[in-house]
Design a binder for this molecule. Structure first.
Ligand code: DX5
Ligand code: ZN
Length: 237
């Protein structure tokens, strides 16, 4: 039998976009930050979760830890600001070594201005929203940002369960970005693991943040490898 050659008009099967992996340092052993960063050298980004005890009910770490991570690693520092009025600190985080700065739409009265400020600092700008916030809240800035982050848990803590409704939110944002012709990274954060990574890529995500799934079992390198294996068939960056 002659093998069937797919015609160009046939629909593609499976995700066609490359997916970045961004381990969250929140789950790593801070006494060994430099070593932990070395275990994830093969990652695409390092995700840095900053929490102020106001915007979210937890305090994580801030500028000195970002600066230390920056000194210890050449990885792209993807900084997720879970802080009130992030405009006040954008310059500081940029100077401490952020490559990308993501702000919550709920944390500022002026999301558009915050995005502009990040760009003026020469950094990639991201916007994100809590699971309870309608997607429409980020729509006005979708054409201006480099990253859109779908929170798939309520922000504040690592190790929470993935909220399954997030898949539909990723699909909707994928459609909106495609309609705009935007190449923005569509990132997902919270409860991501080898069990849902492939489905998220199918839904159109292009960057997966994972804390516990990378660092909490048998170490960063093995955790990363498990995620990559679960993405078999998805183009890798
Ligand atoms: C939650 C943080 C996440 C968190 C993810 O507020 O934004 O980045 O570290 O951790 P896991 O992957 O354990 O859900
Ligand atoms: Zn995060």
């Amino acid at each position: 039998m002659i093998p069937k050659t797919p015609l160009p008009s046939e629909p593609h099967t499976g995700p066609q976009r490359a997916v970045k992996l961004a381990p969250s340092l929140l789950a790593c052993d801070f006494t060994r930050l430099g070593e932990e960063l070395r275990t994830i050298e093969e990652a695409d980004w390092a995700h840095v979760d900053v929490m102020d005890g106001q915007f979210v009910p937890n305090i994580s770490f801030g500028l000195p830890i970002l600066a230390a991570a920056r000194r210890a690693s050449g990885l792209y520092m993807d900084v997720h600001l879970m802080i009130e009025s992030p405009e006040r600190y954008l310059r500081d985080f940029a100077e401490a070594g952020a490559d990308g700065l993501t702000v919550h739409v709920e944390s500022t009265r002026h999301i558009h201005r915050a995005v502009q400020m990040i760009h003026e600092l020469g950094k990639h700008a991201g916007v994100t929203l809590n699971p309870g916030t309608p997607l429409e809240a980020v729509r006005p800035v979708l054409g201006d940002v480099d990253t859109v982050l779908v929170m798939s848990v309520n922000p504040g803590f690592g190790g929470q369960k993935f909220l399954s409704g997030s898949l539909e939110r990723v699909r909707t944002l994928r459609r909106w970005l495609d309609e705009l012709g935007s190449e923005a990274v569509l990132q997902v954060d919270g409860g991501v693991s080898a069990a849902n990574a492939h489905a998220l890529a199918e839904a159109g995500a292009t960057c997966l943040v994972a804390g516990s799934a990378v660092f909490r079992a048998d170490g960063g390198a093995a955790g990363l490898e498990r995620l990559r294996t679960s993405l078999t068939g998805v183009p890798q960056t």
